[in-house]
Design a protein around this ligand. Structure first.
Ligand code: ZN
Ligand code: ZN
Ligand code: ZN
Length: 246
């Protein structure tokens, strides 16, 4: 399977509108600090699945020449994770969409002008798509009551996407997430501060060592990091278009 980080930005993206901090200036100049909002592409010889549909989805699909997906998995019901689904309008109809119940209720209400095919998923149960195994596990993204991480299995290879979460992840989820070949972890800011809804980069690295991750990449990054080429010396930050093969 091939995993591509289509968007590694937080909800506002980088550059942030109206900001001229060093990361935003690097983004305006076309540097790797330029970050679209969150989507991950999962591909196997049997097809392709999107994890979340960024408000920037249109450009993400255009850039990669993608006009068809075999399914969409939504991790939670925040704008920066689903709003781009409308970009499938008149491009692809009847898209199979997967998620936890309240997440689907919320998003499908917002997207009531679309007619995707709903598939309710229960946490901790495996479902197969494009010859890969997927599982949604509960994470913690207050005040939202429901937010999921995603485990992707290709035989013995395992990739874990934390989704939006604090470090306060339920024990049952941590057990299932353990020993991934790759951990794609939410890390919205450097460890200058705590945020109530997300991990900072130190939290994310702590999670990686707790899970005994073989490799870790940080995503959902805000403009509060230094410009990418500088920040990456200290933290394993992802960038838009970054690919991993398993
Ligand atoms: Zn988010
Ligand atoms: Zn900025
Ligand atoms: Zn969120």
């Amino acid at each position: 399977m091939i995993i591509t980080l289509l968007g590694t930005g937080d909800a506002v993206g980088t550059p942030k509108i109206g900001c001229s901090c060093p990361a935003c200036l690097d983004a305006h100049a076309g540097g790797k600090s330029r970050r679209l909002r969150f989507s991950v592409l999962v591909e196997s010889p049997a097809g392709r699945i999107l994890i979340d549909t960024s408000p920037d989805l249109r450009w993400q699909l255009l850039k990669r020449g993608i006009s068809h997906v075999d399914g969409v998995i939504w991790t939670h019901s925040h704008y920066d994770h689903y709003a781009g689904f409308g970009d499938f309008h008149r491009i692809q109809s009847g898209v199979n969409v997967y998620g936890l119940k309240n997440t689907l209720d919320y998003i499908l209400n917002y997207l009531s002008f679309m007619k995707p095919v709903r598939h309710d998923v229960y946490p901790y149960s495996t479902f197969d798509l494009i010859d890969l195994g997927f599982m949604l596990v509960e994470v913690s993204h207050p005040p939202l009551e429901e937010s999921a991480g995603v485990i992707i299995m290709n035989g013995r290879r395992k990739v874990v996407i934390t989704g939006d979460t604090t470090l306060d992840i339920p024990e049952k989820s941590l057990e299932l997430m353990s020993r991934p070949d790759l951990l794609i972890a939410d890390a919205i800011i450097p460890p200058r501060g705590k945020v109530a809804k997300h991990m900072n980069s130190r939290d994310a690295m702590e999670l990686a060592s707790l899970l005994d991750a073989r490799n870790v990449v940080l995503t959902h990054l805000s403009h509060n990091f230094p410009p990418h080429d500088e920040a990456v010396k200290e933290w394993p930050l992802g960038y838009d278009g970054m690919e991993f093969g398993f």
